[in-house]
Design a protein around this ligand. Structure first.
Ligand code: AMP
Length: 538
């Protein structure tokens, strides 16, 4: 007979998180700033009660363990209650990305076989369009409607015991943005979600405690808002949610509510800086209140952005991850010698994507799958494994990992001797010039440091001699008049000569994906047959 350890059996179920938050941090505030400007306040005890009422209703409607409840919503406390309610009745919360095209939305919701769909009233026109095509949805709930969500809350008393089960049961479903082919579903487990949440609160990751006031700008439909709705419960934070992400609203919330922690993609901060500059110019207060930790991820955080925040005394944590990794893969945090470094050296560190937390492992491999050294120069395909990394996509027939569980991320990176990972590019975005690789990410990051540049995208276009050469598409800041020569001269001080773009084209805007990333595939398509002027002239 095998011998078992003699400790209490406690399945790592997500419902323990909401129970803990409600019991130990019940009065800790959770608030939502709705689009009409109204601020609604509840707390962990309130969210837990709403979650029980929802779980009670779902069970009444016949939802069985494993059944999917979809949400189509912005960040707010009712959305949070929906997560715990769906999971609490043994179901799976499926957060649908509101920014996708109709055909993707229809595909995703039918593929997920969602039985309930909860949405914000502002999306009614989209839901009306989708409805005839949704084959499995039986119940529709409007979050911000007194006749719908409100009535449900009145009808249920919340006398409901969470459905318990195995920690390897599924609890959440997120689809990848699907830039190529159909979107793929990643089905998280209770166990993977719990381990990830417990890892996230650490000082070197999100640094959360019950004293934290957390404003997640990253949407709840993007990689589970980076797991913050779970980690926030494990820490008992005060949550500040906003259903709109315009800079003036976020700035006001940060100051009014004493926000200490925020997390979002880089574009959010570009808009914020413009707002802060305008505020300062008009004689207003451009301070960021009590903000002390900003986590930036989803795409590479440009140096100029990191520098500006750090020079205001705010710690910047640069995160790398993907939907497939729950999503935390790496996070930047102060190093042991941090206090001995000058600010420029500290910024150098933060520009890299950081180190793995305990729980996941990284490696880089070359085209023949040989493992490359952690020397800071060898660049290869980044692979990851660990208990919160995908094994197989939802309903797929084969695993997405190799025999040793390594998942190939599609990113290209180097790993430094101390384990710090630095993304060089998406494998498909690298510009291949004369057999050498030019990192589009580095070019873009350098370009957005140039005064007058709001946003930039580097892509490779065909070249008879070099195979590909980079061009840079630039959106000027409002009122800026910079020329092609200004940009190239600036870049000449930042990157090696052969990396300089052959042309800089000014455009009004760049296409973005549903999660705020520049759509490089779309740009490559648009400029597929672009002829460089120098070649034309020759
Ligand atoms: P998603 O699953 O939509 O979050 O996309 C994941 C992808 O975003 C990764 O594979 C990376 O290509 C990219 N990404 C995420 N974080 C970073 C970062 N800090 N720097 C560069 N790329 C990033």
């Amino acid at each position: 007979m095998t011998m078992l350890g003699c400790m209490q059996d406690w399945e790592l179920r997500v419902t323990h998180l909401i129970d803990y938050a409600a019991r130990e941090h019940g009065p800790r505030e959770i608030l939502t700033r709705w689009a009409d400007g109204q601020v609604e306040r509840t707390n962990w005890a309130g969210v837990a009660l709403e979650a029980r009422k929802l779980a009670q209703a779902f069970t009444k409607w016949g939802l069985k363990p494993g059944d999917r409840v979809a949400t189509f919503a912005m960040n707010h406390h009712r959305h949070l209650a929906a997560w715990y309610g769906a999971i609490g009745c043994g179901g799976v919360i499926h957060t649908v990305n509101i920014r996708l095209f109709d055909e993707d939305l229809i595909y995703i919701m039918n593929h997920a076989e969602d039985r309930v769909l909860m949405y914000d009233a502002q999306f009614q026109p989209i839901i009306d369009r989708l409805k005839p095509h949704l084959k499995t949805v039986e119940h529709f709930i409007v979050f911000d409607s007194d006749d719908s969500y409100g009535a449900l809350m009145r009808d249920m008393d919340g006398a409901f015991d969470w459905v318990m089960g195995d920690e390897r049961d599924p609890c959440m479903l997120c689809y990848t943005s699907g830039t190529t082919g159909n979107p793929k579903g990643v089905l998280y487990q209770h166990r993977s979600t719990m381990l990830h949440a417990m890892a996230e609160i650490a000082p070197s990751i999100f640094d959360l405690s019950c004293a934290s006031v957390l404003l997640p700008i990253v949407p709840m439909f993007h990689a589970a808002s980076w797991g913050l709705p779970f980690a926030g419960a494990a820490a008992g934070v005060k949550f500040v949610f906003s259903t709109t992400n315009d800079a003036p609203t976020l700035h006001k919330l940060m100051r009014d509510e004493g926000v200490t922690h925020s997390a979002g993609v880089p574009t959010v901060w570009l808009a914020m800086f413009q707002h802060l500059d305008a505020t300062a110019k008009a004689g207003g207060d451009a301070g960021l209140g009590k903000l002390r930790l900003v986590t930036i991820g989803g795409s590479a955080a440009p140096r100029a952005m990191i520098e500006r925040l750090m020079k205001q005394g705010i710690r910047v944590a640069h995160a790398w991850g993907m939907t497939e990794t729950s999503p935390i893969g790496t996070m930047g945090a102060p190093t042991p010698d941090w206090d001995d470094l000058d600010i420029e050296a500290q910024i150098d560190i933060v520009c890299k994507q950081g180190r793995v937390p305990f729980g996941v492992e990284l490696r880089i491999v070359d085209d023949e799958d040989n493992v490359l050294p952690r020397d800071g120069t060898s660049s290869g395909r980044l692979q990851i494994r660990g208990p919160w990394v995908v094994k197989r996509y939802f309903k797929a027939e084969a695993d997405a990992v190799d025999a040793e569980q390594w998942f190939d991320t599609g990113d290209v990176s180097v790993i430094h001797a101390d384990g710090t990972m630095q993304i060089t590019d998406r494998a498909k975005d690298v510009i291949k010039s004369g057999g050498e690789w030019i990192s589009s990410v580095e070019l873009e990051n350098a370009a957005v440091g140039c005064p007058g540049v709001a946003e930039a995208a580097a892509i490779g276009v065909k070249h008879p001699k070099w195979d590909e050469r980079p061009i840079l598409l630039v959106v000027r800041k409002e009122g800026a008049t910079l020329s092609e020569a200004d940009v190239v001269n600036y870049l000449a001080g930042q990157v090696v000569k052969w990396w300089l773009p052959d042309e800089v084209l000014f455009v009004d805007s760049l296409p973005h994906t549903g999660t705020g990333k520049i759509q490089k595939a779309e740009l490559r398509k648009q400029y597929k047959d672009y002829e460089l002027k120098a070649l034309n002239a020759a």
